[in-house]
Design a protein around this ligand. Structure first.
Ligand SMILES: NC(=O)c1ccc[n+]([C@@H]2O[C@H](COP(=O)([O-])OP(=O)(O)OC[C@H]3O[C@@H](n4cnc5c(N)ncnc54)[C@H](O)[C@@H]3O)[C@@H](O)[C@H]2O)c1
Length: 346
């Protein structure tokens, strides 16, 4: 196990799905980890203010569970708007981090295409602020990019040196973010690592990506909907694998000034994912609807580089990780049926 004892780490956007799971993992490794988050985007503020989200009660419950786990693990939460340079700067000055992990963003490709202005603000402005402040600490800067920088995949497994042709606002901003991070290294010698995850799933997510939507529908007896014919493959990644990889990125100098795909490393089709859900919810129907043309056609990301340089060892193929996730959801639905009552029509 990588020893991060006493290492000061700040997670900007750390109360989100990935961030809180990462904070809990880093605490297990002994790190002095701090979460910085406005709690406004895809978080408490957004769901509290929503009047038409049928999952409002469920998602507020899941976010409160995140905050409880962070509290119990002794992770300080700094409620800070990261678009505010001075506020972010004074918060980071108190923490004096050795590593900053930049997660804050609008983390949804279709939401980004609908609202480019606020996507730029929360994804790019916050990155620019964090990078500029990181200069004064000369700390290691870890940037959360995405597999969406590649655009349409054209081969068997996409490796980090493949050309990037992002489609749409989300991928373009992620790619620009990578360029900005590299520029800060060129100009100010700031050590960085860029990570490109893909299609994550796992406990306490509120983003309702495809796997989560499948399970929530199944729990409510609603048919599953697949965009397209369902044969498209995605490199579905259990969040437990990702945070294990991140601990290695943060703890090992071999990660510095490198780009890593951090996924499971093997695509599975949407039809296959739906069939796993059907095994656990017999009789569930599956419907198909047209595919969003702005979503790139993706597939497997090669994780050979992360395995070779960092000893990354993903352990959760979909057949294992997704079943754990289904069982976790079923257990929660049994313990908290009140969370599954819908607040409005979908
Ligand atoms: N989840 C995935 O499948 C996936 C895949 C690839 C890349 N990523 C990237 O990983 C990162 C984290 O994703 P996630 O799934 O945890 O998203 P999330 O929406 O759950 O978390 C993002 C967090 O950032 C915070 N935030 C946003 N704007 C902020 C601001 N201005 N000030 C302070 N906090 C702010 C939000 O409140 C939220 O808690 C994002 O950059 C995302 O683009 C995610």
């Amino acid at each position: 196990m990588i020893d991060l004892t006493g290492k000061r780490i700040a997670l900007v956007g750390g109360a989100g799905f990935i961030g809180h799971n990462l904070a809990l993992k880093l605490r297990e490794h002994g790190a002095d980890v701090h979460v910085i988050d406005s709690l406004q985007v895809n978080n408490l503020g957004a769901f509290s203010n929503s009047t038409d989200d049928p999952n409002k009660v469920l998602y507020l419950g899941l976010i409160n569970e995140r905050l409880r786990l962070l509290r119990e693990a002794g992770v300080p939460l700094h409620v800070v708007e990261a678009r505010d340079y001075h506020l972010l700067s004074s918060t980071l000055a108190q923490i004096e981090p050795e590593t900053i992990v930049q997660l804050a963003a609008i983390a949804h490709a279709n939401r980004a295409n609908k609202d480019p202005f606020s996507t730029f603000d929360h994804s790019f402005r916050t990155l620019e602020n964090a990078l500029d402040i990181a200069r004064s600490f000369h700390c290691h800067f870890v940037y959360f990019s995405s597999s969406m920088v590649y655009g349409n995949f054209d081969g068997e497994a996409v490796s980090e040196d493949r050309h990037c042709e992002p489609l749409g606002i989300y991928g373009a901003l992620k790619f620009s973010g990578e360029k900005l991070v590299i520029a800060y290294n060129q100009v100010f010698d700031l050590p960085y690592t860029i990570v490109r995850p893909s299609a994550l799933y796992g406990e306490r997510c509120v983003s309702r990506r495809v796997g989560q939507a499948f399970i929530e529908n199944a729990l409510r007896g609603i048919p599953l909907t697949i965009n397209g014919d369902g044969e498209e493959g995605l490199d579905f990644t259990y969040v437990g694998d990702l945070v294990q990889g991140l601990a290695r990125v943060i703890g090992l100098p071999e990660s510095h000034n490198e780009v890593f795909n951090l996924t499971f490393g093997g695509a599975r089709s949407l039809n296959h994912m739906a069939s796993i859900v059907q095994e656990h919810f017999p009789g569930l129907e599956v419907h198909h609807q047209p595919r969003d043309g702005l979503m790139p056609e993706r597939g497997t990301l090669s994780v050979e580089k992360a395995k070779r340089l960092l000893g990354y060892a993903p352990a959760f193929p979909l057949e294992k990780g997704f079943v754990e996730y289904i069982n976790w959801y079923k257990d929660m639905a049994e313990r908290h049926p009140e969370l599954f009552e819908r607040t409005a029509k979908a």
